[in-house]
Design a protein around this ligand. Structure first.
Ligand code: ATP
Ligand code: MG
Length: 528
């Protein structure tokens, strides 16, 4: 695939992709289930009627092309309706997770110049003490709330016809805030044209959605991963999306995969890891699953081995950021090298560069970087030219992640630049150590960070969450785990210190926050 094929026509609105499928009355867009087993489903035709009704309500209330709207709706069909309606009207969406609290929302409302808020009713309280810099137009879904326009009731009265806004492909579509794994979230500007480029790469090449497929992409609305997969890729390719609005539980997940004959699965490494640790995996059969992908964090070899053994499927890794799209991945049919995140995706120019901005030699660790001419690269950080400029080196956008490339062009992830450990002059990526540790049958989850050390500068320290039945007071435990790592990696990488925790610090999207553990280490050593 050539770069040119990822460039959208000058006039383009991403909702046109979904509208095509509304002409086929039987095509099912979404199947929904909640924790108590209630179910619903909606066709594309019906979904687009609701979209049009919502679009009419927005414009009757004075909203227009270019206005910024913050949406906080969980895994409900209504989330799809309001996102599509706002985009169809040419408005800009700030995707917001229901886990955000008042201060997070305030930050987005002020920084993002928000004009309207759409909230599922249980979250309206979070807006009670918000300071408005301009009067907010507020819509609630699911129940009436004082001071809010009740969208459900207004939609019933509205027409099911609504014209699509005549947007340009470089009009802003999303203002997506990053996960905040390493600091304050950044407001990433994405256009309708970006959505086009993402859709052309991720859906056919990586997710491999085929006509008639049921696709389960587990990310929740509010995260860029939801925009990537369940929203753009599933609806943009006419698939049937499964939406499960319930807590993560590995056994429940496996039984849903079975119940809905899921064909394509897109999960986080943590979800895969916890499914792989379920006992009696042979009780589950997934004969319809033809594609399984993982993104967001490094994927452990353990997961790949177990899914191959029990479900005869390769879990394929994919790497990308809120700032871009799927940059590197294991596409279907490509030989899988366990532990590697794959190769640059078609049409995207991704390279590993050194501090001078030159492309690294094979085997040399450097920064994963994206050439500025890549269509799916973000435009800028909203109202933050300094941070935007900091992210570029020559003709490249620098991701902040380190990797090396092998002689076959496969990328091997080392870690986030800040997470890399330098010990006695050796550079150690935390991922390789974690990958080895998690293979041990006692280990449920782990995170590896640098811990200050007088002699070595820093040493490798592991924080380990043990499986429930394991006794952390066992005197041989630590040595046992250390020997295990030494047997799987270069021995100098083994964790010299191990601390046991009951859980790891994570972002609201479930990513491990090594920064927090590292800061704790720095602070505790200073005190000694
Ligand atoms: P912030 O930028 O606010 O600190 P964040 O970088 O976690 O947060 P995201 O854009 O959601 O926000 O995540 C992108 C990052 O996630 C990547 O830069 C990388 O560190 C990590 N990542 C994503 N996919 C993979 C993968 N397949 N393997 C390894 N790491 C991955
Ligand atoms: Mg980031």
């Amino acid at each position: 695939m050539k770069r040119e094929e990822l460039i959208a026509p000058e006039k383009y609105n991403l909702v046109s992709e979904m509208e095509r499928f509304a002409k086929e009355p039987k095509r099912v867009a979404l199947k929904w289930e909640n924790e108590v087993g209630e179910t619903k489903q909606v066709t594309y035709e019906n979904l687009m009627k609701q979209v049009n009704q919502a679009g009419n309500v927005f414009s009757q209330n004075g909203l227009k092309r270019g206005d910024v709207v913050l949406i906080i709706v969980p895994r409900l069909i209504e989330a799809y309706v309001v996102y599509l309606a706002a985009l169809k009207a040419g408005m800009v969406v700030i995707p917001s997770s229901e886990m955000l609290r008042e201060k997070d929302l305030q930050y987005r409302i002020t920084h993002g110049d928000v004009k309207a808020v759409i909230s599922y009713y249980p979250y309206v309280d979070q807006f009670e003490h918000i300071t408005e810099t301009q009067p907010l137009i507020k819509f609630t879904i699911g129940a009436e709330e004082k001071g809010w326009i009740y969208l459900d009731a207004e939609m019933e009265k509205a027409s099911t016809k609504f014209a699509i806004a005549d947007t340009n492909s470089d009009d802003m579509a999303f203002l997506s805030y990053t996960s905040g794994t390493t600091g304050n979230p950044k407001g990433v500007v994405h256009t309708h044209g970006w959505a086009f480029a993402h859709l052309k790469t991720a859906a056919p090449k990586w997710l491999c959605i085929e006509d008639g497929d049921t696709v389960w992409a587990t990310a929740g609305p509010g995260w860029q991963k939801w925009i990537w997969s369940p929203f753009l890729s599933v609806l943009g390719s006419g698939g049937t999306g499964l939406v499960y609005n319930g807590k993560f539980n590995p056994k429940k997940y496996l039984s849903l995969l079975q119940k809905y004959d899921v064909n394509v699965l897109c999960c986080t490494p943590t979800e895969y890891r916890l499914m792989a640790k379920v006992d009696n995996l042979d009780e589950y059969q997934l004969p319809y699953l033809h594609s399984a992908v993982s993104a967001g964090e490094p994927l452990n070899r353990e997961v790949i081995d177990i899914f191959r053994k029990y479900f005869h499927i390769d879990v394929r890794d994919g790497y990308g950021q809120t700032e871009n799209t799927l940059l590197v991945g294991v596409t279907k049919g490509m030989e899988l090298k366990s532990g590697s995140m794959g190769k640059p995706t078609p049409g995207n120019r991704v390279e590993i560069i050194n501090d001078e901005g030159r492309v690294c030699a094979v085997g040399e660790v450097g920064d994963i970087a994206v050439h500025v001419e890549t269509p799916a690269l973000f435009k800028k950080y909203y109202k933050d030219p300094e941070r935007t400029a900091m992210q570029f080196r020559g003709d490249y956008y620098v991701t902040g992640d380190k990797a090396k490339m092998d002689e076959d062009g496969y990328f091997w992830f080392e870690g986030r630049s800040d997470d890399i450990i330098i010990s006695s002059g050796y550079t150690i990526g935390p991922f390789e150590v974690e990958d080895a540790l998690v293979k041990h049958p006692f280990v449920k989850e782990c995170a590896v960070v640098a811990s200050p050390d007088e002699i070595r500068g820093f040493i490798v320290k592991a924080f380990v969450v043990l499986k429930e039945e394991v006794d952390s007071n066992d005197p041989d435990l630590t040595r046992n785990l250390q020997d295990h790592v030494k047997s799987l990696t270069a021995p100098y990488k083994y964790p010299r210190r191990i601390e046991y925790l009951t859980e790891l610090p994570k972002t609201t999207s479930g990513k491990i926050r090594r920064i927090e553990l590292r800061q704790k280490e720095m602070a505790s050593v200073k005190q000694v």
